[in-house]
Write a protein that binds this ligand. Structure first.
Ligand code: 3PG
Length: 391
């Protein structure tokens, strides 16, 4: 059920878990997408005359108060976006917060302090969940990005208060769910990123449900080595060589197209002014490392993307943060932006890449989740979502 199904919201105290885990540089928010995406839920509650109590984590303070991880910047940004004052609490529970909640008028917004300043948040301590629950009459979970965490403010509280999803949560589950459960074909899954171990489950799942699986990024070199190529100093997971071969075999058996790069950009140093060259997969010099997909691969991948009806992209093709190593990720982002297919960006680094290249607006859907969308794509149940269904 979503917040739209709640009949009476006027005067109700609503504890809304949001994911305001936004990137910060010197105290400034560098990407406010996660805040902007929660506006529909917050505005809905304001319009209905609810008392809105927002809670989120920020970073990983490990149960301690870390000054730089206070929600100060988010409160200011949210207030600008809403065009109304947002009160920021200095704590997330306790008497002072309870008094601030008691002082709320209908339609007011209060942002609690970082919930991860309390050790009980990540350990999902029922006592902390009770202290959160005490503040409100209803729990709304709009933090899709944190739905893979069974924490006190995402999962624990849902067992105490009536609990529903927010509008962002609803949209994320709807779009990702429809794409994966009832995909338009050909369905192309692009899986990049640096580590094989982080992407095993998603590759496995995509082998089941997608038609084309495109591999890129640092994880490619484990596939190269498994196939007997020299990979120089490229990233590799030697414990996953057999698995890499199994994936290739499985794809053949299932009649899926499994693409690994045919050429790559190699570098002699991990920096913007390093020497680079383009080599075929069997041409990586011993002292060099692979850092991006090459031009033939870019063209091949762009072609597959263009001929798809659904594209789901998770993970960059190279070290896109450094300009000379960004061309592969840019090409995939460009093709994904231009294709007539329905395009879903699975959050995290790929979302940041689409944003960096100015292509975000041309994608059909960019998830606010990183780890959460990855786990969703793996077919895992998300504890923050299950707890809502339980109720
Ligand atoms: C994210 O940024 O993916 C979410 O906010 C979850 O953060 P976490 O990985 O620190 O739990």
């Amino acid at each position: 059920k979503s917040v739209r199904d709640v009949a009476e919201l006027t005067g109700k105290r609503v504890f809304v878990r949001v994911d305001f885990n936004v990137p910060l540089e010197n105290g400034k928010i560098t990407d406010d997408k996660r805040i902007r995406e929660t506006l529909p839920t917050i505005n809905y509650l304001i319009e209905k005359g609810a008392k809105v109590i927002l809670a989120s984590h920020l970073g990983r303070p490990n149960g301690q108060v870390v000054e730089e991880l206070r929600h100060t910047a988010s409160a200011v940004r949210l207030s600008e976006l809403l065009g109304k004052p947002v009160t920021k609490a200095n704590e997330a529970i306790g008497e002072a917060v309870e008094a601030q909640v008691a002082a709320l008028e209908n339609g007011d917004v209060l942002l609690l302090e970082n919930v991860r300043f309390y050790p009980g948040e990540e350990s999902n301590d029922p006592e902390l969940a009770k202290s959160f629950a005490k503040l409100a009459d209803l729990f709304v979970n709009d933090a899709f990005g944190a739905a893979h965490r069974a924490h006190a403010s995402t999962e624990g509280i849902a067992h105490i208060l009536p609990a529903v999803s927010g509008l962002l949560m609803e949209r994320e589950l709807d779009v990702l769910g429809k794409a994966l459960n009832n995909p338009e074909r050909p369905f192309t899954a692009i899986v990049g990123g640096s580590k094989v171990k982080d992407k095993i489950a998603v590759i496995d799942k995509m082998l089941e449900i997608a038609d084309n699986i495109i591999i890129g990024g640092g994880l490619s070199y484990t596939f190269f080595k498994a196939q007997g190529h020299e990979i120089g100093k490229s990233l590799v997971d030697n414990s996953k060589l057999d698995l890499a071969l199994e994936f290739i075999e499985k794809a053949k058996k299932l009649g899926k197209n499994f693409y690994i790069p045919v050429d790559i950009v190699v570098t002699d140093d991990f920096s913007a002014d390093a020497n680079t060259q383009i080599v075929d997969v069997d041409g990586i010099p011993a002292e060099w490392e692979g850092i991006d997909i090459g031009p033939k691969t870019r063209e091949l991948y762009a072609d597959v993307i263009k001929n798809s009806k659904l594209v789901v992209w998770n993970g960059p093709m190279g070290v896109f943060e450094i300009e000379p190593f960004s061309h592969g990720t840019r090409a995939v982002a460009q093709a994904t932006a231009e294709t007539s297919a329905y395009t879903v960006i699975g959050g995290g680094d790929s979302a940041a890449a689409a944003e960096k290249f100015g292509l975000a607006d041309q994608m059909n859907f960019i998830s606010t989740g990183g780890g959460a969308s990855l786990e969703f794509m793996e077919g895992k149940v998300l504890p923050g979502v299950v707890a809502l269904n339980d109720k």
